[in-house]
Ligand binder design. Structure first.
Ligand code: HGY
Ligand code: MN
Ligand code: MN
Length: 416
């Protein structure tokens, strides 16, 4: 049976990507739009204006999620796409932004076609997906699906001591709309892979079938500051030493476990952080991930046992705070198969694969059939100003999104 296929306008989509990339632009390329910052506000204002220009009914909910809806013939649960526009400090133009702007491109195509769909079509901009300023990551979508209490999220303080609630008010995005997803028919997210797999294997599209488990822990080690010159090694209670040893252990643990296990010490702060003072405090984070939850639990247990042991030996105290903990998530097999089916139908090479990064889709998967479409990242780079995906790669991913969303939006029945 021949399927009607539609194509996106890659110039229009790429122009939006470049335009949004000017907001929070860094010298030398890339962007910095930390969640709920002034730059995030400017980015939100710009994309929201595009949503309004496209005729979407735009609401902002109490955690600041921005949802644009295009009416359907029937008031049925919408087909939804979307992602995030907050970035890390050394962000690229595509992480999250592509998913939101490709969603707007789908809407623009529906408008160009004058196509009335059975179901409404929604595009979401979820608050604080990165979690770099306020943990956990995927905060807005987690609240949206009821996985995190709204007040708890609003009271969360960030790395600069400010609360989510105060920052939402400051940037004018403490919305009034009820938070919590309307029933959603299906959710699709287009995202850059952010890793090397598609490029190394020469494959055009990733039909993402799962997201690996994530464990973020902040450790605080408290020792005794002392003179770097006069204090014999046997008398030291060196918080910095214990932190550094733990970082080394985490890396060696991941290498030893192999497979999908990864470990990262991303944030590391010594006090008083002076050349001639034995540090009396170290605060650092360890990000552990694995597609297999049992192995992730094993890695956590080994890490925690190591810190306790080495802290006791050094005579320092250790406390830890869980910043994020999400089990691996499997996407809907049927929908993943339809992503792959559309890739094949459009003549694109495709492979089914897990995601190493966290995504809003892993939260929407709690409330509706969900899948993701990956396009390659040049040199597998992301969370780096050099992040890049060529327009022709973007076009392929956005064409799959467009055609599958139209197909889903014409379905009168909910998924069996
Ligand atoms: O950390 C992540 O995987 C995502 O970028 N928040
Ligand atoms: Mn992302
Ligand atoms: Mn990211």
């Amino acid at each position: 049976m021949t399927k009607t296929t539609f194509s996106i306008n890659i110039e229009r989509l790429n122009n939006r990507i470049q335009k949004l990339g000017e907001v929070g632009a860094l010298q030398g390329g890339g962007v910095c739009r930390l969640a709920l910052s002034e730059e995030d506000r400017l980015g939100r204002d710009l994309v929201r204006s595009w949503m309004e220009d496209l005729g979407l009914d735009v609401t902002v909910d109490r955690i600041g999620n921005i949802i644009g809806i295009r009416e359907g013939r029937q008031a049925l649960p919408p087909v939804m796409t979307g992602s995030h526009i907050d970035t890390v400090r050394t962000g690229g133009l595509y992480d999250g932004n592509l998913g939101v702007l490709a969603g707007l491109e789908v809407i623009a195509c529906l408008n160009d076609l004058g196509l009335e769909t059975e179901r409404p079509v929604a595009v979401g901009i979820f608050t604080n997906e990165e979690g770099a300023r306020f943990a956990p990551d995927m905060m807005g979508s987690l609240v949206y699906v009821g996985g995190l209490d709204l007040d708890e999220a609003l009271e969360t303080t960030g790395i600069d001591g400010k609360s989510v609630g105060d920052c939402l008010s400051e940037i004018g995005y403490a919305g009034k709309a009820h938070v919590g997803s309307p029933e959603v028919h299906a959710f699709l997210e287009l995202h850059v892979e952010q890793g090397p797999v598609l490029e190394e294997e020469g494959v055009m599209i990733g039909a993402v079938n799962k997201v690996q488990g994530i464990s973020w822990t902040e450790f605080t080690i408290k020792g005794v500051s002392n003179h770097a010159g006069t204090t014999p090694m046997r008398l030291r209670r060196d918080a910095g030493y214990v932190a550094m040893e733990t970082g080394q252990f985490a890396r060696k643990l991941a290498k030893r476990m192999g497979g999908d296990q990864v470990a990262t010490v991303g944030a590391f702060k010594l006090t008083p952080n002076l050349v001639n003072v034995v540090p009396n405090q170290a605060i650092f984070t360890v990000d552990l991930r694995n597609t297999n939850n049992e192995k992730l639990l094993e890695a956590e247990q080994e890490l925690f046992a190591f810190v306790e042991e080495i802290a006791a030996a050094e005579g320092v105290s250790v406390s830890r705070r869980e910043l994020a903990r999400f089990d691996p998530v499997d996407f809907d097999d049927g929908l993943v198969g339809r992503v792959a089916g559309w890739a094949e139908h459009l003549g694109y090479s495709v492979k089914t694969m897990p995601s190493g990064a966290g995504h809003d889709a892993q939260m929407l998967a709690r409330v509706c059939p969900t899948a993701m479409v990956f396009v390659p990242s040049e040199n597998g780079i992301s969370h780096n100003i050099k992040e890049y995906t060529a327009p022709e790669e973007i076009e392929r991913g956005a064409n799959i999104l467009l055609n599958l969303m139209i197909e889903l939006a014409q379905e009168k029945r909910s998924f069996s």
